[in-house]
Design a protein around this ligand. Structure first.
Ligand code: SPD
Length: 387
């Protein structure tokens, strides 16, 4: 392979690659304003034009991948998941074949310790400075000096609910509380129209602990036992435990209450609105507090196309690209330069960008120890199987 790829700063970066590979936008096609930007040349090993991406489902704009492919000539193989545990098992086994993976920061922390990621080459990430300094400082607790990962999107975990159905089956339902899911008397009533939980053990147990007024990040086995007791008491009223199916089921009225991730619940609302089926989905951040989490772009140590992976991360760090994703999937992005391109409706939605008084109720998502995780997994298996 010839050892040359050219990089232009910001939006011109991929134009530079096109010049080197003879595909996509030509240098002379550059808009006049852009032509004045500083050109940065970085030499890296050219790779076969392939990129293997493993991302969460419903987590990218419709044209993000197609635009990248068009601009670079790189073919993207795009797989999806809906569980940190699944990604972690694959990463720890190795040889995933993926060039980009998107674990949540608390999981990334222990994966870094297991040596499964390569360090990012900042020389290939000219758009890195677009990242919000406060957010990157926050995730540096998981990845010291942000050496291995960039934040992709962030959000919270709360309750999505069908306003009409819930009002029908339980007019005084405590929609601002985890009691919707964890009080057996409440969930028993709501079960008439269908209640679901995320298949995310750490988050479910944390939420129960917040509901009980205990430390959501506790690794005390007495707290885990208390959470298990609650989970077992509500098990008969849970229709299913799954982390992506509830989006469409809320949108089409199959269920009425779901534990869910912020943007996903808004995707459900958007799909219902597009279907014009009269269903109105709301998203609530419970008053007892909830987790704030960060999903991270990282490159496995054995990635077959690490330079293409850097190109992709740099592309995602372009302000317009990040904004287009937020506008499509309703998740907050960490890109300060993207704000002017994010729709006002998204920026002003307190469920997406929580105001300070809500932020004060958000607790961090800490990495759990291996020993605690083994106990948690046993609890979760008993919960899922109801035994
Ligand atoms: N549909 C995209 C969902 C992204 C969810 N990220 C999960 C974070 C878990 N803490």
């Amino acid at each position: 392979m010839s050892p040359l790829q050219l990089f232009y700063r910001t939006t011109l970066l991929l134009g530079g690659l096109a010049l080197a590979t003879g595909c996509g936008q030509k240098a002379e096609d550059k808009p006049a304003a852009a032509a004045e930007e500083e050109v940065v040349v970085v030499e890296v090993e050219a790779e076969e034009p392939v990129l293997n991406v493993y991302n969460w489902s419903d987590y990218i704009a419709e044209d993000t991948i197609a635009n990248f492919e068009e601009r670079t000539g790189i073919t993207v193989n795009y797989d999806v998941f809906d569980s940190n545990e699944v990604v972690e098992a694959k990463l720890l086994a190795g040889n995933t074949g993926y060039d980009i993976v998107v674990p949540t920061a608390s999981f990334l922390e222990r994966q870094i310790k297991a040596g499964v990621f390569r360090k990012l080459d900042r020389d290939q990430l000219s758009n890195w400075s677009n990242l919000d300094g406060d957010i990157m400082a926050r995730v540096s607790k998981h990845d010291p000096d942000n050496q291995h990962a960039a934040v992709y999107m962030w959000g919270t975990t709360g309750i999505g609910f069908d306003e009409v159905k819930v009002a029908e089956v339980f007019p005084d339902a405590p929609t601002d509380s985890w009691a919707m899911l964890f009080d057996p008397e409440v969930i028993a009533k709501l079960s008439a129209c269908g209640v679901t939980l995320l298949d995310a053990p750490t988050e479910a147990v944390s939420a129960v602990l917040a509901y009980l007024g205990r430390d959501p990040n506790s690794e005390d086995l007495a707290d885990l036992a208390a959470a298990e007791e609650v989970l077992m008491s509500i098990r008969p009223f849970v229709r299913y435990i799954h982390s992506s199916q509830q989006i469409n089921d809320l949108a089409n009225g199959e269920i009425c209450v779901a534990m869910g991730w912020s943007g996903d619940m808004m995707i459900a609302a958007d799909r219902a609105s597009e279907a014009e089926n009269g269903i109105e989905i709301a998203y609530s951040i419970p008053k007892q507090g909830t987790v704030i989490w960060f999903d991270m772009l990282a490159i496995p140590a054995d990635a077959p196309h690490p330079n293409n992976a850097h190109l992709f991360i740099n592309y995602l760090l372009e302000p317009e690209v990040a904004a287009a994703i937020s506008n499509y999937v309703f998740y907050a992005n960490p890109n300060s330069a993207s704000v002017e391109f994010v729709e006002a409706e998204i920026l002003e939605d307190p469920g997406i960008y929580p105001p300070d008084e809500v932020k004060a109720k958000l607790y961090p998502d800490l990495a759990r120890s291996a020993e605690y995780t083994r106990n948690l997994t046993r609890t979760w298996t008993r919960f899922k199987t109801g035994q």
